[in-house]
Design a protein. Structure first.
Length: 537
């Protein structure tokens, strides 16, 4: 009965033109998702030890000969048969998933062992697409489509080691992902246009293409590096460093083809929107479109993401369109870390883009058809008062913080704390220096949301150099020649005030000689880092 209600809901959506006329609810699962999730968790717990035991029993036989092919093929066939069967118990069905994936991984390892690298990628890609076409499970086809996107990108670029090593192989990723994305959009368009064949085939193409599109979008985001200071905001500093290193290419590597492709795909996105939605053909929209078109010349991921957003929006695939918009914004935010331009030029470019969009937004007027609806007039007096109050409050809060820090710099006690030696390869990253200070070993576990931060006791010599002694006890008062400093959580560990020192581009050699961090410390332990000093304090 529940499946009948699902099918009736699908037909109602079809009647409104949001789905093709031959859409069915064949993949709709009437079982509650919490039950499926719990069963899947138990199935994985049961299947993984069995698969591990099988690998231990076979041992070295998997390293050579046809054994890995036979075992991988048997596991793949077993998982596929169970997943295609009707009326199988939920636990058995969920156990078939790790069995199937183990077979896929085993055959992929065998292909890459016995074939050339690109041949192994091609054979694995064909195997993944074949599994996606045979398995009538949309939730399984999505990750298989994403894996197919990654394999297609590898075929166009090179080995994983070459990509991680940077250089031309990593640069090719910036145009490999857009090509995979365009192919995925073309497949989705065939489904939307009703040219994908019978309903079951169309459902398979739709799920695989959606997964491939999401995989290509994820690849574009990864190729753009870290964005919007996400690593600092979430505490994932190590992940942020890896993202920046993957996105940073050596000098001399040309991203020109990727940028040209970005401009072309951005232009295609604008043309697509103009053809599908006549309201976007007005002059102010055309002028506003110049901003993403110009930024796509600097951000290789922006144009493809905009094309994906436009194509999915036209096809009424709004979830995929939202994911594409998020990747476009991620690429623009990652433009901050691009080493091709100085920070001042990047800031001026983004400010000019924002000012241009603001001018275009001020030109927007309601259309003749919209004038019959609710009138959108200028802000009322009450709205102006609210806006002015919020602006004044923001200025007061910001300036109060500035005044507080200035008083700390003037009245705080000057103290030098030694910097721990850091690997030179990770000492200088872009326009800042990673800092680490010598701290006691008995520090507690970091709790960023705790309002009461711990303090450490330091001994200060006649030169003003402070040596950390131990963790201060609650309410402890420092003795002669001692002071307290408050700790700050950063990336899962405690540090003094901050773990980074920002400086102007081009001054890296000057700050690389630093040995001490220069602080201003108040009596209550609150401190501020004001500079770095060399080994002559």
């Amino acid at each position: 009965m529940r499946a009948d209600r699902v099918q009736a809901a699908v037909q109602a959506v079809v009647a409104h033109g949001l789905l093709p006329a031959d859409a069915r609810a064949d993949d709709a699962d009437p079982r509650p998702w919490p039950v499926i999730l719990l069963m899947a968790f138990g199935a994985w717990l049961a299947a993984l030890p069995m698969l591990g035991l099988l690998a231990l029993l076979l041992g070295g036989l998997l390293d050579h000969g046809p054994v890995l092919h036979l075992v991988g093929g048997a596991l793949l066939a077993l998982g596929a048969v169970v997943l295609r069967a009707q009326g199988v118990a939920l636990f058995i069905e969920q156990m078939a998933v790790p069995v199937l994936l183990s077979g896929l991984l085993g055959l992929a390892a065998a292909f890459h062992r016995d074939l050339p690298e690109r041949g192994g990628h091609a054979a694995t890609l064909a195997l993944v697409l074949g599994c996606g076409a045979l398995l009538p499970r949309a939730w399984l086809r999505l990750p298989l489509g994403a894996a197919a996107a990654g394999l297609a990108a590898l075929m166009l670029t090179g080995s994983v080691g070459q990509i991680l090593g940077g250089g031309p192989a990593a640069a090719r990723l910036h145009w490999a992902w857009p090509l995979v994305l365009i192919l995925s959009l073309a497949a989705l368009h065939t489904v939307a246009a009703g040219r994908a064949g019978p309903p079951r085939r169309a459902a398979a193409v739709d799920a695989l293409a959606s997964g491939a599109l999401l995989g290509a979008l994820a690849g574009l985001a990864a190729a753009s590096g870290m964005s919007f200071l996400v690593g600092g905001a979430t505490g994932a500093g190590a992940v942020a460093d890896i993202g920046r290193e993957l996105a940073r290419l050596p000098r001399g590597v040309d991203l020109g083809p990727a940028k040209v492709l970005s401009v072309l795909t951005a232009a295609a996105a604008l043309v697509l929107l103009a053809r599908a939605w006549p309201s976007t053909r007005r002059p102010h929209w055309a002028l506003a479109a110049l901003v993403p078109l110009a930024l796509s010349a600097f951000v290789p991921a922006l144009g493809p993401a905009l094309l994906a957003a436009a194509g999915c929006a036209v096809m009424h695939r709004f979830r995929l369109a939202a994911a594409s918009v998020a990747v476009a914004l991620w690429g623009v935010g990652g433009f901050y870390y691009a080493a091709a331009l100085p920070l001042t030029q990047k800031a001026l470019l983004l400010c000019a883009a924002g000012a241009w969009l603001a001018a275009c937004a001020g030109w927007i007027r309601p259309s003749a058809d919209a004038r019959t609806g609710p009138r959108i007039g200028p802000p009322t007096g009450r709205r102006w008062w609210g806006a002015c109050t919020c602006g004044v409050a923001a200025l007061l809060i910001v300036n109060a913080g500035i005044w507080r820090n200035e008083m700390l710099i003037r009245q705080g006690r000057p103290v030098l704390v030694e910097i721990v030696p850091v690997d030179p390869r990770s000492l200088l990253q872009g326009d800042y220096m990673r800092l680490a200070f010598r701290l006691p070993a008995d520090l507690p576990v970091t709790r960023p949301l705790d309002a009461h931060r711990p303090r450490i006791l330091l001994a200060v010599d006649e030169r003003g150099v402070a040596r950390p002694l131990r963790l201060a006890r609650p309410g402890e008062t420092p003795g002669a020649g001692q002071l307290l400093m408050e700790l700050t959580p950063r990336d899962g560990r405690w540090t003094l005030v901050t773990d980074a020192w920002y400086f102007r581009e081009g001054d890296g050699a000057r700050w690389a000689r630093a040995r001490y961090g220069e602080f201003r410390v108040q009596a209550d332990g609150r401190a501020l880092l004001v500079g770095l000093r060399d080994d002559k304090p």
